[in-house]
Design a protein around this ligand. Structure first.
Ligand SMILES: *[C@@H]1O[C@H](CO)[C@@H](O)[C@H](O)[C@H]1NC(C)=O
Ligand SMILES: *[C@@H]1O[C@H](CO)[C@@H](O)[C@H](O)[C@H]1NC(C)=O
Ligand SMILES: *[C@@H]1O[C@H](CO)[C@@H](O)[C@H](O)[C@H]1NC(C)=O
Ligand SMILES: *[C@@H]1O[C@H](CO)[C@@H](O)[C@H](O)[C@H]1NC(C)=O
Ligand SMILES: CC(=O)N[C@H]1CO[C@H](CO)[C@@H](O)[C@@H]1O
Length: 359
């Protein structure tokens, strides 16, 4: 941009619009050669913009640099330069008033490697901690995160983390959202998770979890989402779920067994029920369903009996009972005929549309 070197007003205007420290320095070095008084007036005008772009709590900055040193693969974290404010750094968000770091979100796969550093526990105002799609991020969840008393969102997804789902997560009383799906966590689901008074969303699917579903999980204070599919969980679904009322239950692809008819019922708010690919065994004939259900996948179990008339009242978007031991005529008069044959195939003797007529 051509500058009129003799007009101080023009400098002030260009300088107010400069939004980076670097640009500001360039502007100032030109001005400095002109006169002392112009320099001072420009500095005053620029001050607010300058502090904003450099804002950062120095303690938080130190911790972030430690985290970078521990896991970043060079030349990643290019925006994490010492002359810029850490609130502007990639993946970092600060509180507008206090300038303390409240969110750290590393979601760019190949740029980090190693273990989640203990230093993440030293960002005391953190509310959201995300490591997403980092295939080289390995090892356990560090206990240091129990220091993050403000944490509401813990989201470690699509990494290669391992070790247990730590029981110490129950110390983070503000947690309302846990998503640890697509990792390599093993061992049981800790019973202590039910001690989280605000936990509404729990997603632990696609790991190597074993053991049975803890009784306490049915007593979560906020009953909305439990997604624990694609693990190696076994045993029966605990009775505590009979009185519970979740919106989404996904137990798919585990080794769970027994009667789960108590998860349904006319008064439940259950909308999404994925119990496919387990060893569930019960008589479907007498089960009642609530009108809230929009997704029900029961494929690959050992469910027997016939399809109850009540199913014709539902407006299910997804319905699948294939690969079970069901028998009898598919009830008519509702929507059960709109689903593909594949939703009914591989049962003992189901018949009638959309399958061939009963004999
Ligand atoms: C985990 O690491 C293995 C190699 O050790 C890799 O093949 C796999 O894609 C990684 N998983 C994820 C979810 O990134
Ligand atoms: C939890 O993580 C999975 C896997 O990355 C993702 O698909 C899902 O959208 C996440 N859940 C929410 C509510 O963000
Ligand atoms: C996942 O963990 C199991 C042990 O639980 C281990 O044998 C396996 O190699 C791990 N897989 C990856 C990709 O790290
Ligand atoms: C039902 O589930 C089976 C088994 O996973 C699958 O092959 C089939 O395509 C599904 N059908 C529908 C309509 O969802
Ligand atoms: C809501 C909440 O827990 N706020 C806390 C966030 O962290 C600071 C520092 O640890 C506490 O002083 C707040 O009470």
């Amino acid at each position: 941009m051509p500058h009129d070197f003799m007009n101080p007003t023009l400098y002030i205007i260009t300088c107010i619009h400069c939004n980076s420290f670097k640009q500001l320095n360039q502007e100032m070095s030109i001005i400095y050669r002109l006169s002392g008084s112009v320099f001072v007036s420009i500095l005053l005008f620029c001050y607010p913009t300058w502090t904003q772009s450099a804002k950062c709590n120095s303690q938080d900055k130190k911790v972030l640099k430690e985290i970078e040193k521990a896991i970043a693969i060079p030349p990643y974290f290019q925006s994490w330069t010492t002359d810029s404010g850490c609130c502007e750094w990639y993946g970092v968000r600060c509180d507008e008033i206090t300038n303390r770091v409240i969110s750290l979100n590393i979601d760019d796969g190949t740029v980090v490697a190693g273990k989640i550093p203990d230093a993440v526990g030293d960002l005391p105002y953190l509310k959201t901690l995300i490591f997403h799609k980092c295939p080289n991020l390995k090892g356990p969840i560090p206990e240091s995160i129990t220091k993050l008393k403000n944490l509401t969102t813990l989201w470690f997804t699509n990494n290669n983390l391992s070790g247990p789902i730590p029981s110490f997560l129950s110390k983070l009383k503000n947690l309302d959202y846990i998503n640890l799906s697509f990792n390599n966590f093993s061992g049981p689901i800790p019973a202590s998770l039910s001690e989280l008074p605000k936990l509404g969303y729990l997603r632990l699917d696609r790991n190597q979890l074993t053991g049975s579903i803890p009784e306490s999980l049915g007593n979560l204070a906020l009953q909305s989402y439990i997604i624990i599919g694609h693990n190696q969980l076994s045993g029966k679904v605990p009775q505590s779920f009979a009185n519970a009322d979740f919106t989404t239950l996904d137990f798919s692809k585990n080794k769970l067994e027994g009667d789960i008819s108590f998860l349904f019922g006319k008064k439940k708010t259950l909308q999404t029920a994925d119990f496919s690919r387990n060893l569930f065994q019960f008589d479907l004939s007498k089960v009642e369903f609530s009108n809230n259900l929009i997704f029900m996948d029961l494929n690959h179990n050992k469910i027997f009996g016939s399809l109850p008339e009540g199913l014709t009242k539902l407006e299910l978007q997804t319905f699948n009972v294939s690969y079970n031991r069901l028998c009898g005529k598919i009830p008519t008069g509702g929507r059960l005929q709109i689903y593909e044959q594949s939703a009914y195939l591989h049962n003992r003797c189901l018949c009638g549309a959309p399958l061939p007529a009963c004999k």
